[in-house]
Design a protein around this ligand. Structure first.
Ligand code: F6R
Length: 238
């Protein structure tokens, strides 16, 4: 694992955006895996700024998000579709039809998981996957105990994840308890992974990731088995 240490969230967001922009410039039809949550917001702001100032184009880029809540509509302000449109897609030139997020409102959720997995295959797999990390070590919404062999699937969110995500909702009771997430093997099949780790509350997770054992009880530890992972981590998380 290649570890890039940065000063703070601002520097991480600038460097992560520059990293992605380089890849898009080299391969304009990049298949880009995206994350939501608090961590990548600054990165997306920098991608937008660069698009506006330097014209980096996303017209041929195809994106796949890691996960989506089950049980809230895609136009709900806390759906990950809403988040992605609001924080990135509406402000760059990517055709919205090239942005894929699991459909948490599908009539047949199991069939939706299969469809999403096949969609990624259809496009030849993900070139670069952006990840955040949960303080319990989850990647995507693969909570502790998820099989390293898992494909896109339905997950019951851990109580700690529900609590952490409640900050985006008006009450704890409103936070969905289930989601569709890319599986761990789906993530591991990405050709390259960029993991962003920022803030004091990620310190313990960062320590376990770099020194703990590789185990399904700490999902992010699987990344140590991947040959092309870069971690950008700020001082607060070190
Ligand atoms: C988001 C996702 C999650 C988050 C993780 C960290 O799509 O899959 O794994 O990356 O929960 O969230 P933040 O960045 O809010 O600390």
């Amino acid at each position: 694992m290649n570890i890039i240490k940065v000063k703070d969230y601002t520097e991480m967001s600038q460097k992560a955006a520059a990293y992605i922009i380089d890849k898009v410039r080299v391969k304009p039809n990049l298949k880009l895996g995206l994350a939501t949550g608090g961590t990548p917001i600054g990165t997306y702001q920098n991608l937008i700024k660069d698009h506006q100032e330097h014209g980096t184009s996303y017209q041929q880029v195809v994106t796949f998000n890691l996960d989506e809540y089950i049980g809230i509509s895609s136009d709900h302000e806390n759906s990950y579709r809403f988040y992605m449109n609001d924080h990135l897609f509406n402000h760059i030139d990517i055709p919205i039809g090239q942005t894929f997020i699991p459909n948490g409102n599908a009539d047949n959720i199991e069939a939706e998981c299969v469809r999403y997995e096949q969609l990624i295959q259809h496009y030849g797999g993900i070139d670069l996957q952006i990840l955040g990390i949960g303080s319990n070590g989850h990647i995507g919404f693969n909570e502790p105990g998820t099989s390293f062999h898992s494909k896109t699937h339905v997950i019951d969110l851990a109580p700690s994840t529900i609590k952490a995500n409640a900050r985006f909702f008006s009450s704890l009771a409103e936070v969905p308890t289930k989601a569709i997430t890319m599986g761990i093997s789906t993530i591991m099949n990405s050709k390259e992974i960029l993991l962003l780790v920022s803030g004091e509350n990620k310190k313990e997770a960062m320590k376990k990731l770099s020194t703990g054992e590789i185990s399904e009880s700490f999902p992010a530890s699987v990344l140590r088995n991947h040959s092309n992972v870069t971690i950008m981590v700020d001082q607060a998380a070190l």
